[in-house]
Design a protein around this ligand. Structure first.
Ligand SMILES: *Cc1c(COP(=O)(O)O)cnc(C)c1O
Length: 395
């Protein structure tokens, strides 16, 4: 989207509130929500032309819907991609990407420590259809090179990782993937385009769980795939046939969420930095994991790759599960839930929830111990969050 007066590309801040607007005959100011599953044609010839794809326009909401299209245009603009395909959830975004672009016999290299359902999709679902995945230690760049095979078509990353906030150097992995004729796909859920633009760093595709920060207020499920027009046409073909598309209602909620995305990410990241610094000074905290602290092993990469460190802070309490659970149980304000990306702060004990199905040995090997807690920092006052996390010391 260009500035009509100067033809210069518009700023992120402007695109977040204006990209994708197409007014109807009613000249509405706020984006309209089109709750319709199908569309009517002026005559038989137009119906035929629309179905044949010879005339642009909507046919059926599994294919396109104006509200969904507006959200797609806006998110594509924010990620700096040519096109975006919205999906019913973040998992549907990964499903559509792999089903559209890979076939039996193809191989995937993925970083270890992916979101649990992503890991299971690669292992239990794609594996059944002949697409094998090799998982490599997330930060070991040489391991990606070693894992590449002649049939590797896709490299998949999540950075920062959950819950330990490990960073992967996107530009370096993009170079490795491209040298082997593979596509690089990055799950940009934790940073969002407000803090990190993987396409500009060399990734081919970004996927999102829009359920998290893009909506930002815990209201709807949604997902998205962003990339160049050729790749997105393939994803679109899969989606319109298979059906896990985004509802216009959810698209509208996410579209409006995008308008405040950067403000929320900046405020939540600032809160998270202050919380991380405070945690690091507490005598009952053994270790803090946060890319904005100089103690983070990849502090320099975080400064280069992200505009801000993000809103996820993890820490080990001194002790084990009993101490971690006491801290959780003493809170009165933060939400005890595994979800994240909300304006409300959430608190999770990964070893007994999100990572509970992994064996204790595998968990220990990946550094997710019994004393680890993850905070997805929201918009509350940081003093109130601190008081809540320290309540267990006095009850
Ligand atoms: C939540 C999440 C997903 C899955 O998204 P849904 O919208 O729940 O399907 C994928 N990746 C990451 C990193 C997530 O946090």
């Amino acid at each position: 989207m260009a500035d009509p007066h100067h033809d210069a590309p518009l700023d992120f801040d402007t695109l977040a509130v204006r990209a994708g607007i197409e007014r109807s005959q009613f000249n509405e100011h706020s984006e309209a929500m089109y709750l319709t599953s199908s569309f009517v044609f002026d005559n038989a010839a137009q119906a035929a032309a629309r179905f044949a794809g010879e005339e642009p326009g909507n046919v059926y909401a599994r294919f396109t819907n104006p509200t969904v299209s507006a959200m797609q245009t806006r998110l594509a603009a924010l990620e700096g991609g040519e096109a975006c395909i919205a999906t019913a959830s973040g998992m549907a975004a990964l499903l559509a990407t792999v089903m559209a672009l890979l076939k039996a016999g193809d191989h995937v290299v993925a970083s270890q420590g992916l979101f649990g359902s992503s890991q299971q999709l690669f292992t239990n679902v794609f594996g059944k259809f002949g697409v094998d995945t090799t998982f490599v230690p997330a930060t070991d760049l040489a391991a990606y090179e070693v894992a590449m095979r002649p049939e590797t078509r896709l490299v998949f990353l999540e950075t920062p990782s959950n819950p330990l906030t490990e960073l992967i150097d996107i530009a370096t992995v993009a170079e490795i993937a491209h040298r082997h004729d593979a596509l690089l796909v990055v799950d940009n859920c934790f940073c969002t385009p407000a803090l990190q633009r993987p396409l500009a760093l060399g990734a081919d595709i970004v996927i999102h769980s829009a359920t998290k920060y893009l909506d930002g207020q815990g209201r709807v499920l949604g997902g998205a795939v962003v990339g160049n027009a050729v790749l997105m046409e393939e994803v679109f073909r899969f989606l319109r046939t298979a059906g896990p598309c985004l509802s216009p209602f959810n698209a509208w909620v996410i579209l409006k969420g995008l308008e405040t995305l950067k403000l929320r990410m900046e405020a939540q990241s600032a809160n998270a930095l202050r919380l991380a610094q405070w945690l690091e000074a507490q005598p009952w905290v053994a270790r803090v994991y946060y890319p904005g602290l100089p103690s983070h092993p990849q502090f320099d990469l975080a400064q280069r790759q992200q505009s801000l460190p993000g809103a996820i802070v993890s820490f080990d309490v001194i002790g084990a599960r009993p101490e971690a659970w006491r801290l959780v149980d003493a809170t009165r304000m933060v939400s005890i839930t595994a979800n994240l990306g909300d304006t409300k702060t959430t608190l999770t004990h990964p070893a007994s929830t999100t990572h509970g199905r992994i064996s204790a040995e595998a968990r220990a090997a990946s550094g997710i111990g019994e004393s680890l807690l993850r905070v997805a920092v929201g918009l509350e006052s940081v003093e109130d969050i601190q008081a809540d996390l320290a309540r267990w010391l006095t009850v």
